[in-house]
Design a binder for this molecule. Structure first.
Ligand code: KIV
Length: 262
């Protein structure tokens, strides 16, 4: 299994791979691959639960999915998202919630978004307790309303400078890795070059230390994937074809044949 120090030692030579995962069955498949890290992302609120955003995802739901993924992928470095309002109140509450995720799911690390005063204090408090933390800057999905929608961040000088400053603050607070979402490639490259910790990009160009995608998006399971997603499979078509075949075989009484009967 990967460890915090092995992942950090990859920078800048070898790219780190990460995919989101929410279920034990998919985790079982990923456990047999060479993927470096799994993220039980609160994107499950959108792609798994069909909600418009991640804001209503509960800590209990993250724990439920984290447990399922851990059962399916016992050998993988697993990061679980702290959901909205589980780390924004104060650092003490953030630590209690991060501790619940670690104890109840068997995660290797937690992830949280932003770099506000309370988030930085939370990163310090959580890492001081021995829990590895991944930061998340640029477009932060839990901030979709304050960011006025799903928009590329850091496009002008001032906002690019703000994200750079935040990245240094997140590193200083103790995060061991940083996700950069939907920012210009040049900005992501410059942040990556200026940090000791690895960066993981999603819609942030090729110069991050690693890449992450939402698994339903890259497998073609979710129809409303963002522009930066490359489809590596069209499982939507495979599922439809399989289901139509099953329906016609049942109607034509071809299924179940003798070999599927007792
Ligand atoms: O929740 C999630 O899936 C994420 C990724 C988009 C990085 O945070």
């Amino acid at each position: 299994m990967e460890t915090v120090s092995k992942l950090q030692a990859r920078k800048p030579a070898e790219k780190i791979t990460m995919l989101t995962v929410y279920s034990a069955s998919t985790a079982m498949i990923l456990n047999q691959t060479n993927i470096d890290t799994l993220l039980v992302g609160d994107s499950l609120g959108v792609v798994f639960q069909g909600k418009p955003d991640t804001l209503s995802v509960a800590l209990e739901e993250m724990i439920y999915h984290g447990q399922a993924v851990r059962r399916g992928a016992p050998d993988k470095f697993m990061i679980v998202d702290l959901p909205f309002m589980s780390y924004q109140v104060n650092a003490e509450e953030s630590l209690i919630n991060a501790g619940r995720i670690m104890k109840q799911t068997g995660a290797n690390a937690v992830k949280l978004e932003g770099a506000s005063e309370v988030v930085l204090a939370s990163i310090q408090k959580i890492t001081a307790a021995g829990i590895p933390v991944v930061g998340h800057l640029g477009f932060t999905p839990q901030g979709v309303h304050s960011l006025s929608g799903y928009k590329v961040q850091g496009k002008d000088g001032a906002s690019a400078e703000k994200i750079k400053t935040e990245a240094l603050a997140v590193e200083k607070a103790g995060a061991f890795m940083l996700v950069l979402e939907m920012i210009p490639a040049a900005l992501a490259g410059s942040i990556t070059a200026g940090l000791k910790i690895p960066t993981i990009g999603i819609g942030a160009g090729p110069d991050c230390d690693g890449q992450v995608l939402v698994i339903d998006d890259m497998l073609g399971l979710y129809p409303r994937a963002p522009k930066f997603v490359k489809r590596y499979a069209n499982l939507d078509q495979s599922i439809s074809q399989a289901v139509e075949k099953y329906i016609s075989e049942v109607k034509e009484q071809k299924f179940p044949a003798a070999k599927y009967s007792f």
